[in-house]
Design a binder for this molecule. Structure first.
Ligand code: CP
Length: 304
């Protein structure tokens, strides 16, 4: 069975195939009739063991645009609360003739674990602080759309790198496509293994912004950390927050990204988040086409 468990399992040709397929679906969802009948014979379960707005709704919409049958599961309202295990939960859902599982889970490796125990295609919609592959794909796709190509571009990922699945998947995806990648943030929020990923650390935000074509601003993930990790929110914002004055003082206009949800006034001010320099809502728009492409390509393998 084929899965999308992380960007680390993909090669560059896989990414390009997903982008070309997404180009087609982006055109489809801009037609008056936004739906295609491709997956009428496929049933997909969206399993969310952790909160989500964008990813959950984007997957559901992508699946419906492809005419798949869709069921949604939220752990908070389920029998997980009565002690049912992950494997029992998923096998019960699969016995209802489900072909594919999209899963968000707080534990790193949850998708890989599940893939060893069930007979269905799995798409990782975020596993703890590990990977968020469709977010990285839609991020690179949005850079490609805005700047023409990802190869050769300078991209800085700013903020809480340590707890971020978005950072790790983006690093894998950007390096695969030949981008130059730096991370920028307080050393307490940079993982020790960062050098092994071939990524430079820049702790001075101004220098990082002067170097880059694109800055991907991450949210500080308070829910994943002990408060002692972290400078105070005020200090964080002073040193690592992006505001209009700082951007206007650079000698070029860089592209600003954010995966959402935004902590307005912490990692990014509203006048930047809502400016024409920011492609934050384009990222969300592109997420539907990217997820249609991923699901379509995996479902094609199930059908054959
Ligand atoms: N970007 C992202 O994963 O957002 P959600 O947590 O709202 O899905």
């Amino acid at each position: 069975v084929d899965h999308l468990l992380g960007i680390k399992y993909l090669n560059e040709a896989d990414v390009q195939l997903i982008f070309e397929t997404a180009d087609h679906f982006k055109e489809v969802i801009n037609r008056p009739i936004k739906k295609v009948p491709s997956l009428r014979d496929i049933t997909i379960a969206n399993l969310f063991f952790e909160n989500s707005t964008r990813t959950k709704l984007s997957f559901e919409l992508a699946e419906k645009r492809l005419s798949a049958d869709v069921i949604n599961f939220s752990a908070a309202q389920s029998s997980v609360k009565k002690g049912e295990t992950l494997i029992d939960t998923v096998n019960n859902i699969l016995s209802m003739k489900v072909d594919m599982v999209v899963m968000r889970h707080p534990n790193p490796g949850a998708g890989v674990f599940l893939s060893k125990h069930i007979k269905a295609s799995i798409v990782n919609a975020g596993d703890g602080a590990h990977e968020h592959p469709t977010q990285a794909l839609l991020d690179s796709y949005s850079i490609r759309e805005k700047l023409g190509d990802v190869a050769g571009k300078n991209v800085v990922i700013v903020g809480d790198i340590l707890h971020s699945r978005v950072a790790l998947s983006n690093i894998f995806a950007l390096k695969l496509q030949g981008a130059n990648v730096k991370v920028c943030g307080p050393m307490t929020l940079i993982p020790k293994y960062i050098d092994s990923l071939g990524v430079e650390v820049e702790t001075n935000l101004r220098k990082a912004l002067e170097w880059c074509d694109v800055a991907n601003m991450l949210r500080v993930q308070n829910e994943r950390m002990d408060i002692s990790y972290f400078p105070s929110t005020r200090e964080y914002t002073q040193q690592f927050g992006v505001n209009k004055t700082l951007l206007d003082s650079l000698d070029k206009e860089i592209v600003i990204m954010h995966p959402g949800p935004i902590n307005r006034g912490v990692e990014i001010t509203s006048d930047v988040a809502d400016s024409k320099q920011a492609i934050i809502l384009n990222q969300v728009e592109n997420g539907v086409a990217i997820r249609m492409a991923v699901i379509y390509l995996l479902a094609s393998k199930i059908k054959n």
